[in-house]
Design a protein. Structure first.
Length: 311
């Protein structure tokens, strides 16, 4: 049975790079800040270039000379915060963006990171990866990613939350957070588990194309898998949630990220909650992951948690 740990946010870290995507994430950070009465730390990271050998860089032309301008530009992005009484601390750091974001999240400490994702895919992603992906895999706190497909800011309280569960430790942490968020906002909660069969490429086996004995065995196997998954999901429901008639349990079959995104669309979810595992960079570059696919293709914000995330 999953416990209902309270999801509490008192400090939000919002990294921005001045892109439209990161400006969109600011809107969500402000909404969450007002709902939880949380302070915001705005962070911009700029690259520190190594000096050319034997060529000194004048102080007024080096990257650090731009810090006051970058600080002012970062502060201006959060101009709407002052009008609604939200406190914003502004930080400008130099270095590798993902590393600096993770360091700041740890030292503040932040209870939540809110950041945009550019939905990078294909050759570019294989070569350079994604700052967002690196952060969500390694962050010690939950990360809310805002994809470019999202239109408008988050509406709080949430109305429909979808949580993906594959029974890993990280997905159970995500489920605990989803129960808490649903309780806080009286939202409907849908818990989905996708069964990935040994076959993924078409054509998949059909009963009509098999001998009767094998067709019956396949039908029995499918029913057993569905029933077992549904019973396992049901065993995770806390008594407090069961008393409130939540959640709705949904077992489907197919590629996990495809089914999660399909369920989110069909359920009109305004938030997806999903666990993330700290997989190696080579593994991610070659095969991707369910979480990364969901984060990059979702039409609503996605909250990701590691098994050891602070909530």
């Amino acid at each position: 049975m999953t416990s209902m740990r309270e999801f509490v946010i008192s400090r939000i870290l919002c990294p921005i790079d001045f892109s439209d995507t990161s400006r969109h994430a600011i809107e969500h950070a402000l909404v969450l800040s007002r709902w939880y009465r949380a302070a915001i730390t705005a962070l911009h990271v700029y690259p520190r270039l190594a000096p050319i050998h034997d060529l000194p860089v004048p102080e007024d032309q080096g990257p650090d000379a731009d810090v006051p301008r970058l600080r002012e530009q970062t502060s201006a992005c959060f101009g709407a915060a002052a009008g609604v009484g939200i406190g914003v601390d502004v930080l400008v750091d130099a270095g590798a963006p993902a590393a600096r974001i993770l360091e700041r999240a740890s030292t503040l400490p932040a209870d939540l990171i809110v950041m945009g994702t550019h939905g990078t895919s294909g050759f570019e992603r294989l070569l350079i990866g994604s700052v967002t992906e690196k952060v969500l895999r390694k962050a010690s706190c939950p990360v809310l990613t805002v994809p470019p497909r999202v239109h408008g800011a988050s509406r709080l309280p949430f109305t429909r939350i979808l949580c993906a569960v594959d029974f890993s430790e990280s997905s159970l942490a995500a489920l605990a957070a989803a129960f808490s968020l649903a309780a806080q906002s009286s939202a409907a909660l849908v818990v989905v588990h996708a069964l990935e069969w040994p076959w993924q490429e078409p054509p998949r086996p059909t009963f009509e194309g098999l001998p009767p004995a094998q067709a019956a065995a396949l039908a029995d196997f499918r029913r057993y898998q569905y029933a077992s998954a549904l019973a396992r999901l049901d065993s995770l429901i806390p008594d407090e949630a069961r008393a409130k008639s939540m959640p709705t349990l949904r077992v489907t079959d197919g590629k996990s990220h495809v089914e999660i995104l399909r369920a989110a669309d069909e359920e009109h979810a305004d938030l997806i909650v999903i666990g993330v595992r700290g997989r190696g960079q080579v593994d991610l570059a070659l095969f991707g992951s369910t979480t990364n696919q969901v984060v990059r293709q979702a039409r609503c914000p996605v909250l990701t948690l590691r098994a050891d995330s602070r909530i």
